[in-house]
Design a protein around this ligand. Structure first.
Ligand SMILES: [Fe+2]
Length: 184
């Protein structure tokens, strides 16, 4: 279950309900899907063949369909990061640069752990969302954030896209159009 940690105070918000409520207050979608349905290599393997990718996505087909219908998402794939990923430490240095996207960034944690640090769209207060297996987050378009791994140094996640081509990192905050600067 995800945990929220405020960057400045290190204060925590724990418990699915509390986490979901706080994220909702910031205009961020959070869901927790039943991960116990995923067993064996679907859960454990970090060598994701196209067949394995499809099998994992199929397990959560209903949830993905419902969310996609609600938010207009079009496609999905699986990303894996681990100590075996070539250049992982360099990649992580790149990932911690604050940025936004013009589309939602949606991640469902299949295995491992990940941390999104988000500049709260409502109050500009920075907080970490520490994600564990079963957690889904949709970081809204134009919301400033960055991503990193925990000390576990591995994550396997489903990415869900509005359109794959449009999903690029924009590092310059001044490029956020005035009417998109706040979601609330
Ligand atoms: Fe991002």
């Amino acid at each position: 279950m995800a945990v929220i940690r405020f960057v400045e105070s290190q204060e925590l918000i724990e418990g699915t309900e509390n986490v979901a409520n706080y994220l909702e207050s910031q205009g961020i979608i959070y869901e927790n899907w039943d991960i116990s349905r995923l067993q064996g290599e679907l859960k454990d393997s970090y060598e994701v063949t196209p067949e394995l990718q499809q099998a994992i996505i199929d397990v959560f087909g209903e949830e993905i369909k419902a969310l996609s219908a609600k938010r207009g998402y079009q496609s999905q794939d699986i990303v894996v990061l681990s100590k075996q990923t070539p250049g992982i430490e360099d990649l992580l240095v790149k990932f911690v640069e604050e940025h936004h996207h013009t589309e939602d960034e949606v991640r469902f944690i299949v295995d491992g752990e990940g941390i999104f640090t988000i500049k709260g769209p409502k109050d500009d207060m920075y907080f970490d969302v520490i994600l564990y297996p079963g957690d889904l987050i949709s970081v809204p378009a134009y919301t400033r954030h960055w991503f990193t791994l925990t000390d576990l140094r591995k994550v396997k996640a489903i990415r869900i896209f509005e359109s794959k081509d449009g999903w690029v990192a924009v590092y310059d905050e001044s490029l956020i159009p005035a009417d998109k600067a706040k979601v609330l």
